[in-house]
Design a protein around this ligand. Structure first.
Ligand code: GDP
Ligand code: IMO
Ligand code: MG
Length: 426
């Protein structure tokens, strides 16, 4: 195995931080390929909590290169704050690398994110307001500013002179009392550029060299398959290709370099943001899962909507990503309920539906059809993890093996707590 990608199979927050951190012990580079600081990945090491928004989790292992690929949109201030935050906690950021082709989030992107959400009304996704969508819009429209532009001051200034008056006009026409100044933005961003300069390289060259030297690479997904711009719940998802296929354009390695693709499946479903959610729980059970699972946004602090595991969603993700293995997370949380439901398919107008539909606006009309499992008693999960898969309660194994058979992808890891030691590799 030369490369492994860790991909969320639901709506994000499946535990990608925890799982990438665990697997990263065996790789040389950890690479992010899409998204920005809309992500919030939590890693717990010896009881100490780290929340990463833009820096790949490999930074915490030491001695691994942590690569921010060209497919990301980077808010330089947030990146600098995150670097400084890690340094203060004694974590070296010397091995952090930033692609010279990544796009830069500008102040007007963050403003536009707010304004667009307001204008979209019921079609707003409930974004993180980090400027992600507007920055990707400018990238596709070829209005974007890339990392490399910051180091060619003449070009940077010229691009700002071109774009800033346009953004001002658009925002003012939309009723905003705002006027961005070219000089202000130029000065601010040149300062960021100076700080970031030691990290900036052509990361595609670096990744190719690493692969030819026999090094191992992990791709750390952000968000989840059902937030993908093409394959997710459009328009309620995010603005990048979160799926495994996104690793190639997002880092500049060819698709043939992909070996292992691990889908992370939270043992139930959560969603932060708007849009239909077929298995959502609006009762005490949903509330109990939210509390036990600590389901509050890592980036925005918003309470996450919680519901039962939806295998229609997971099978879809297995297909779109070609999962070679599954990592099931947060099994420990389900000991709070007496019975567990899992959605195997939907019903609409008397018809059974096994494939996730494209018509998101009608998704609310699909009735989830459940299979019910008994839950298990509360466990000392750390000691269960120490003993391995066979030490899991029989009822937990029954649940896991049902998921495995239904999705038709082998389970390779089971997570029973946030810590590194609460991990079972099968
Ligand atoms: P990500 O965005 O996919 O990296 O996930 P988040 O970090 O946003 O949210 C997952 C939360 O669950 C974090 O607080 C993790 O520390 C925590 N977590 C991860 N795996 C487990 C697990 O197996 N059990 C429990 N109880 N918590 C977990
Ligand atoms: P991680 O990597 C959960 C959601 C937002 C919103 C939609 C679009 O921690 O799993 P955006 O700001 O990206 O334009 O918002 O996507 N969203 C996430 N939900 N986890 C995330 O990241 C998310 N990143 C974005 O809530 O509905
Ligand atoms: Mg998260």
């Amino acid at each position: 195995m030369k490369t492994v990608a860790i991909i969320g199979s639901q709506w994000g927050d499946e535990g990608k931080g925890k799982v990438t951190d665990y697997y990263s012990k065996d790789v040389d580079l950890v690479v992010r390929y899409q998204g920005g600081n809309n992500a919030g990945h939590t890693i717990v090491i010896d009881g100490e909590k780290f929340k990463l928004h833009i820096i790949p989790s490999g930074i915490l292992r030491g001695g691994k290169k942590a690569v921010i690929g060209n497919g990301l949109v980077v808010d330089p201030k947030v990146l600098i704050d995150e670097i400084e935050g890690l340094q203060k906690r004694g974590i070296s950021t010397d091995d952090l690398l930033l692609s010279d082709r990544a796009h830069i989030i500008m102040p007007y992107h963050k403003k536009m994110d707010e304004v667009e959400e307001r204008l979209k009304g019921v079609y707003g996704a409930g974004t993180t307001r980090k400027g992600i969508g507007p920055c990707y819009s400018d990238k596709i429209a070829r209005f974007g500013i890339r990392v490399v532009d910051l180091y060619n001051k003449g070009v940077f200034k010229k691009k700002l002179e071109n774009i800033v008056p346009i953004k001002n006009k658009i925002l003012q026409a939309l009723g905003e009392d705002i006027e961005y100044g070219v000089e202000d933005i130029y000065e601010e961003y040149i300062r960021y550029a100076d700080v970031l300069e030691p990290h900036v390289v052509d990361t595609s060259v670096l990744l190719h060299e690493a692969l030819s030297d026999g090094k191992k690479i992990m791709f750390e997904g952000a968000q989840g398959t059902h937030l993908d711009i093409d394959h997710g719940v459009y328009p309620y998802g995010t603005s990048s290709n979160t799926v495994a296929g996104g690793c190639s354009p997002g880092t500049g390695i060819g698709p043939k370099a992909m070996d292992e693709i691990i889908g992370i499946v939270k043992a139930y479903t959560s969603r932060v943001g708007t849009g239909p959610f077929p298995t959502e729980l609006h009762d005490d059970v949903g509330e109990a899962i939210r509390e036990k699972g600590g389901e509050y946004g890592t980036t925005t602090g918003r309470p996450r909507r919680c519901g039962w595991l939806d295998l229609v969603m997971v099978r879809y993700s297995a297909r779109i990503n070609t999962f070679t293995g599954l990592a099931i997370t947060k099994m420990d949380v389900l000991d709070i309920v007496d019975e567990i439901k899992v959605c195997t398919h939907y019903e609409l107008d008397g018809e059974e539906v096994y494939h996730f539909p494209a018509d998101i606006e009608r998704l609310g009309e699909y009735e989830p059809i459940y299979r019910t499992f008994e839950s298990w008693d509360e466990q000392d999960w750390t000691s269960v993890a120490k003993k391995g898969y066979d030490a899991l309660p029989a009822k937990a194994k029954e649940y896991l093996e049902f998921i495995e058979q239904n999705v038709n992808v082998p389970i390779k890891m089971v997570s029973v707590g946030p810590g590194r030691e609460q991990t079972i590799v099968r």
